[in-house]
Design a protein around this ligand. Structure first.
Ligand code: CMC
Length: 428
């Protein structure tokens, strides 16, 4: 028998159905609440509100579990290719060899971007934040592919938009980077795999061949997989919300990029490295910075610590920490900021303030150190997060459409002035 929750309001008792997910997650279905009781719920930041039923990603913050379509993140990060994971997230199953080859070949066919895009990118100042350029560039792709504007497009057209996005994002990102350096743009080389091609476009110079280090490729592949989806977070919910108005996929992804930009979301990886550099420049006294993070009169937060959902450990952080040690050892890099990171981690994990609030290192704590070792500049870190998150956003957008979800439209409790008459300006 299905469970119910009883809500007593005034003299009446209302029965609200409880729905149970496949991992035994329970939710009160309040779809008819307002019709039946006249009430709405209030939950700023959606801390207790499920916005959808989804079959893409499962995470259990208490147990530190993260699954994409049922597959544990550690297995995918260890064995899979990023494009294999992209296929899994978007189409629901791991591809067989034929499906994978066909997906990869389609992506390779679309890695070029329209030459006019060069002018678009070079019109920005060299110090423009790459997230701003990327969001605009992704949105502007819709102008080159007007068929993407049709919200009721055939599956083939939708698949083409998906392939174009995955294929072109690395090229766009690399060109944005090259523009910031004033260097010539590199074209994609399709014989290379996704990660190697990206590294080539970022770092090859006409004057010098760039040697693609396998350990860097492996680490990049892992980082992209770890960032590929994270269920209903700020940017994924933004993508679904924008897409629910039937806005095209390019526009919806551009909105997701904007949402990711903030320091409390994807922007945290840039903030982590800037914080570590600042602590180093300040003499490396981690105790002083821990005290600042605990001081309620100080706005400073320990960036890369804490998570809305993970209250035990972030399984991605565990994998990234190991990858970080591996990459630095293989490349022979000794980075003093890694020592500071480890000291902060140790202090925070043994300090009551952090223990009581369940604040653990999150995915962004170590990813920046790996990106730094790859020579990716700090301002590009959040863009790297966007590259990894793209398949997740696409999967969320696709699922929202397939579920035929209605346009997102929250309600509010109005607390402003009540009805009053207009006063002419002279009398105010
Ligand atoms: N440093 C110091 N104190 C913190 C921190 C931190 N990083 N994070 C949370 N707290 C404290 C906060 O002051 C509050 O204390 P009190 O209960 O005394 O008022 C308590 O912990 C709960 O914090 P909250 O802001 O209510 O928690 P939240 O679930 O709303 O926020 C968070 C989660 C990730 C925004 C927050 O922990 C934070 O700002 N962390 C630093 C930024 C960061 O690393 N963000 C990346 C998140 S992972 C990437 C992603 O998936 O987007």
């Amino acid at each position: 028998m299905s469970e119910i929750v009883e809500l007593k309001y005034g003299e009446n008792v209302y029965k609200l159905p409880v729905i149970t997910g496949t991992e035994d997650e329970k939710a009160i279905n309040i779809a008819k609440l307002r019709d039946e009781t006249g009430l709405i719920t209030l939950d700023t930041g959606y801390k207790n509100t499920g916005a959808t039923s989804s079959s893409i990603t499962f995470l259990d913050g208490e147990k530190g579990i993260l699954h994409y379509r049922g597959y544990p993140i550690d297995q995918l990060a260890e064995h899979a290719d990023f494009l294999e994971v992209a296929y899994l997230l978007i189409y629901g199953e791991l591809p067989n060899k034929e499906q994978f080859d066909s997906f990869v070949n389609k992506i390779k066919k679309h890695t070029l971007i329209h030459e006019n895009t060069k002018q678009f990118i070079t019109s920005y100042p060299a110090n423009a934040h790459p997230m701003g350029i990327l969001a605009s560039a992704v949105c502007s792709l819709s102008s080159f592919y007007p068929e993407s504007l049709n919200p009721y497009a055939e599956k083939e057209d939708e698949d083409l938009t998906i392939v174009r996005l995955i294929a072109k994002l690395p090229t766009l990102i690399a060109w944005i980077y090259k523009m910031s350096k004033g260097h010539p743009f590199n074209y994609p080389v399709n014989k290379l795999d996704y990660c190697s091609n990206f590294l080539h476009m970022m770092f090859s110079m006409p004057t010098e061949e760039y040697h693609i280090e396998p350990v860097v490729v492996e680490a990049l592949n892992k980082l992209l997989i770890l960032h590929a989806d994270h269920e209903q977070n700020c940017s994924a919910s933004t993508v679904r919300m924008v897409g629910s108005s039937k806005a095209n996929l390019y526009a919806s992804i551009a909105a997701g990029i904007c949402a990711l930009w903030g320091p409390l979301h994807g922007g945290a990886n840039q903030e982590v490295l800037e914080m570590l550099e600042k602590i180093k420049a300040d003499g490396g006294d981690t105790k002083k910075w821990i005290a600042k993070a605990k001081d309620k009169n100080d706005n400073f937060r320990l960036m890369g610590f804490g998570h809305r959902v993970y209250k035990n450990f972030d399984p991605r952080a565990k994998i990234i920490k190991a990858a970080c040690d591996h990459v630095l050892a293989k490349l022979g890099i000794h980075d003093p900021i890694l020592d500071i990171a480890k000291e902060l981690e140790h202090a925070a994990l043994t300090d009551d303030y952090f223990i009581e609030r369940k604040l653990y290192p999150n995915v962004d704590f170590y990813s920046g150190i790996i990106y730094k070792a790859m020579n990716i500049p700090v301002e590009m870190f959040t863009v790297m997060f966007a590259l990894g998150r793209l398949p997740g956003w696409i999967a969320q957008w696709k699922e929202m459409n397939e579920n035929k979800e209605p346009i997102g439209r929250p309600r509010q409790v109005y607390v402003g002035k009540t009805n009053r008459d207009y006063v002419p300006m002279a009398k105010r």
